[in-house]
Design a protein around this ligand. Structure first.
Ligand code: NDP
Length: 454
C-alpha cells in the first residue's frame, strides 16, 4: 500500500505542478485511506480516490477595482467547486496576498471531509483572492468585494454553492458581497453565511470555529478524565478563530498566554483575561491594528517579532499543556512540534486549516498526544454555517443557547466519529486517520450511489 501512495502522489504532483499545499493535504488523506481501500476494493474499482481529488469545477477570474486615488488594480479571483456529492458546495473565501490556486485547492479538498464530518448535508468548496484587505479603506474593500461578486454571482446560489468567510473575510466583507449579490439577483436568499444578525445571519456563527475547537479539545481531554480547568494554553493568530478560542478557554477555566499576527506574537504570563480579550477584539476588529500594540497597554506582556522565514516560531516554545494554532497553514513545523512536546503540551486542537507540517504531525502521533486535526477540530465554523442555511430556509432564527447547544452536540459527534473510525481501522486514538476515514466514507458512499458523475 505504501507503493500505492507513492505512485498515486507521483501522479498528483505531475498533474498539479507548483501546488505544494495541495500535495500535502492529499498525501495525508491518501495515507489514511490505504486502511480503507484494503477493506473496500469497490472504492478502488470505482476510482473514488482519483475522482475525489479532482475538483468538479475551478473558476478563475479577473477582479479589477479602483483605489481611493483613482488608480486601477487587478487581482485574481477563484472559486474551487470541489465536491457536491452530499450537498451544495460550501466553504469560505480567503482574501490574502498569499492566495493561489494550490492553496485554495488544498482548502477545498480539506473542506469536503470536514463538511462530511459535521453530519450536515454540505459539499466542499473554497475560494478567494490574492487581494490584501490590510491597509485598505472601507470604500476600497467595498469596491473590491463588489467587483469580485460581479463575476462570482453567476456561479453560486443557495442550492448550488454557499461561500462564507475565512482569513481576511469577516462580517464587513460578507456584507459587501451579500449586498452586491442581492442587487444583481434581485433576491434575498441564504447564498452566503457569516451574515450580520439583521440580515439573515445566525447567532454564534462568529464564535463557532473557536468555540468548536475548544469543545473538541475538551472532548479529547475527557477521554483521559481531564478538563481544561487550570490548563495553560498557547493560542496563535488574533483574528476570528483565535479570539473566540480564547473566550471559550476562559469560559472553561483555562489560561491563555499567547496571541499573534503575521508580524509576531505576544506572551502574557499573567494570562489574557476577559478585559484584555475585549481590548484585543477592539484592536483587531474595529481599529484593525497590530498585536504588537498589546504590550503598550499591558506591560507584563512581551512582544516578539517573528520572521516568516525563521525555521521555528518561538510562540510554540513556552510552557503549557494545550496549543490552539489559529492563524494559518504550516505554522507548526518539526522543530515547533518538538518544542511543544518538550514544554509539556499534550493537547493540540487545530483551529486553523493544516497548521502543522507532516513532520510535525508525525511527532504528535509518535508521542501519542491528544492531537485534533483541523478538519475535525475546526469544523464548528462550517457546522454553524450549515445551521445558518437551515435557519435561512425556514426563515426563522434559533436562540443563542439553541445554536450553541447544537454546535456542542456536533463537535461531540465529530469526536465520536473520529474515535470510532480510528478504532475500526486499527489505529485507536489516531484522530488524523479517524477524521480522514470517517469524512471520506460518507462522501465515497454517496459518490458510489450517484454513479460516475456523483
Ligand atoms: P482572520 O483573518 O480573522 O485572522 C487570521 C489571523 O492569522 C490574523 O491574526 C493574521 O494576522 C494571522 N495570519 C494570517 N496569515 C498569516 C501568516 N501567513 N502568517 C502568520 N499569521 C498569519 O482569519 P480566521 O481567524 O478566520 O482564520 C484563521 C485560520 O482558521 C485559517 O487557517 C482559516 O482557514 C481557519 N478557519 C477559519 C474558519 C472561520 O470560520 N473563520 C473556519 C475554519 C477554519 P494578520 O492580521 O497579520 O494578517
Amino acid at each position: 500500500m505504501t507503493d500505492f501512495v507513492e505512485n498515486f502522489m507521483a501522479e498528483v504532483r505531475a498533474k498539479n505542478p507548483a501546488q505544494p499545499e495541495f500535495h500535502q493535504a492529499v498525501e495525508e488523506v491518501v495515507a489514511s485511506l490505504t486502511l480503507v481501500l484494503e477493506k473496500h476494493p469497490e472504492y478502488r474499482k470505482a476510482k473514488i480516490v482519483d475522482r475525489i481529488i479532482e475538483p468538479e469545477r475551478v473558476i478563475m477570474f479577473r477582479v479589477p477595482w479602483m483605489d481611493d486615488q483613482g488608480n486601477t488594480h487587478v487581482n485574481r479571483g477563484f472559486r474551487i467547486e470541489m465536491n457536491s456529492a452530499i450537498g451544495p458546495y460550501k466553504g469560505g473565501l480567503r482574501f490574502h496576498p498569499s492566495v493561489n490556486l494550490g492553496i485554495l485547492k488544498f482548502l477545498a479538498f480539506e473542506q469536503v471531509f470536514k463538511n462530511s464530518l459535521t453530519t450536515l448535508p454540505m459539499g466542499g468548496g473554497k475560494g478567494g483572492s490574492d487581494f490584501d484587505p490590510k491597509g485598505k479603506s472601507d470604500d476600497e474593500v467595498m469596491r473590491f468585494c463588489q467587483s469580485f461578486m460581479m463575476e462570482l454571482f453567476r456561479h453560486i446560489g443557495p442550492n448550488t454553492d454557499v461561500p462564507a468567510g475565512d482569513i481576511g473575510v469577516g462580517g464587513r466583507e460578507i456584507g459587501f458581497l451579500f449586498g452586491t449579490y442581492k442587487k444583481l439577483r434581485n433576491e434575498f436568499t441564504g447564498v452566503l453565511t457569516g451574515k450580520g444578525l439583521n440580515w439573515g445571519g445566525s447567532l454564534i456563527r462568529p464564535e463557532a470555529t473557536g468555540y468548536g475547537a475548544v469543545y473538541f479539545a475538551a472532548e479529547m481531554l475527557a477521554t483521559r478524565g481531564e478538563t481544561l480547568e487550570g490548563k495553560t494554553c498557547l493560542v496563535s493568530g488574533s483574528g476570528n478563530v483565535a479570539q473566540y478560542t480564547t473566550e471559550k478557554i476562559l469560559d472553561l477555566g483555562g489560561k491563555v498566554v499567547t496571541l499573534s499576527d503575521s508580524g509576531g506574537y505576544i506572551y502574557d504570563p499573567e494570562g489574557i483575561d476577559r478585559n484584555k480579550l475585549a481590548y484585543v477584539m477592539e484592536l483587531k476588529n474595529i481599529r484593525r491594528g497590530r498585536i504588537s500594540e498589546y504590550v503598550e497597554k499591558y506591560s507584563a506582556a512581551t512582544y516578539t517579532p517573528v520572521q516568516t522565514t525563521t525555521h521555528h516560531n518561538p510562540l510554540w516554545d513556552h510552557k503549557a499543556e494545550c496549543a490552539f494554532p489559529s492563524a494559518t497553514q504550516n505554522e507548526i513545523n518539526e522543530v515547533d512540534a518538538q518544542n511543544l512536546v518538550k514544554n509539556g503540551v499534550y493537547v493540540v486542537s487545530e483551529g486553523a486549516n493544516m497548521p502543522t507540517t507532516p513532520k510535525g504531525v508525525d511527532i504528535f502521533l509518535d508521542k501519542k498526544i491528544l492531537y485534533g486535526p483541523g478538519k475535525a477540530a475546526n469544523a464548528g465554523g462550517v457546522a454553524v454555517s450549515g445551521l445558518e442555511m437551515s435557519q435561512n430556509s425556514m426563515r426563522y432564527g434559533w436562540s443563542r443557547e439553541e445554536v450553541d447547544r447544537k454546535l456542542h452536540g456536533i463537535m461531540k459527534s465529530i469526536h465520536t466519529s473520529c474515535i470510532q473510525a480510528s478504532e475500526k481501522y486499527g489505529t485507536p486514538g489516531n484522530y488524523v486517520n479517524g477524521a480522514n476515514i470517517a469524512g471520506f466514507i460518507k462522501v465515497a458512499d454517496a459518490m458510489m450511489d450517484l454513479g460516475i458523475f456523483g
